[in-house]
Design a protein around this ligand. Structure first.
Ligand SMILES: N[C@@H](CCC(=O)N[C@@H](CS)C(=O)NCC(=O)O)C(=O)O
Length: 214
């Protein structure tokens, strides 16, 4: 049986992607709370010892350290035979949405939410720039989900797990009331929350939290 250790901090949606995937696959993991707010991931020691890319999350599998959620999700999907699609066409679609999520939706939403909620005086111009981008991405995702229940059709996949992560935190953090602004996304999040074993981010990622300014 694989022993998983997840290096995380509670506000990290990227960590939630892996915690949720493991949980939905019936696995447990040892939580390794990391002082992201205190800057530990910026230290040369942490980068040398844990992740040269300076990023959370890191998933240890029996001591082997893995980083980057997309390839990790693909690996877990293959290992557990869950959420990975069954045809070449589905696997292509999963990759397509995973890349889009990493580059666009998560890429901007994670930075926007962190700046907006967890830094003391964010630059309003920077926030406005990022929000314009996110509004576009949420519109794209909402339109996609008006046509189908999940990212790649009628079954949930790791593309859904990846894209939903940052949209699953309490709404005051990013400031979007998705039920009002993007109802197809809100309905999709509700469908995902019905999966057996589903848990909300702060229930899966315990420990000391960052100060929230909003
Ligand atoms: N593409 C990476 C993104 C990881 C990431 O950006 N993590 C954030 C915390 S949730 C981080 O460590 N950011 C540090 C930085 O950008 O300097 C993944 O999917 O694992």
């Amino acid at each position: 049986m694989t022993h998983y250790r997840l290096h995380y901090f509670p506000e990290s949606g990227n960590s939630y992607k892996l915690a949720l995937m493991l949980t939905l696959c019936g696995e447990t993991f040892e939580p390794v709370w990391t002082d992201f707010g205190g800057g530990v991931t910026r230290t040369p020691e942490w980068r040398a010892r844990v992740n040269e890319m300076g990023e959370i999350p890191v998933l240890e599998e029996d001591g082997q350290r893995l980083t980057q959620t997309a390839p990790i999700l693909l690996r877990l999907a293959e290992r557990y035979g869950r959420f990975g699609g069954t045809t070449d066409a589905e696997r292509f679609e999963i990759l397509r949405w995973l890349f889009w999520d990493n580059h666009k939706l998560t890429g901007y939403m994670a930075t926007y939410r962190y700046n907006r909620a967890f830094t003391p005086s964010p630059d309003p111009a920077v926030l406005a720039f990022m929000k314009r981008r996110i509004d576009d991405y949420l519109g794209i995702l909402d339109a996609h989900l008006r046509e189908q229940p999940f990212a790649i059709g009628d079954k949930p996949s790791i593309a859904d797990i990846s894209m939903m992560a940052y949209l699953s935190f309490p709404r005051h953090e990013a400031g979007y009331d998705l039920a009002v602004s993007h109802p197809a996304i809100a309905a999709w999040l509700a469908r995902m929350a019905e999966l057996p074993g589903w848990k909300a981010p702060y229930d899966l990622l315990p420990g000391q939290r960052l100060h929230c300014y909003v």
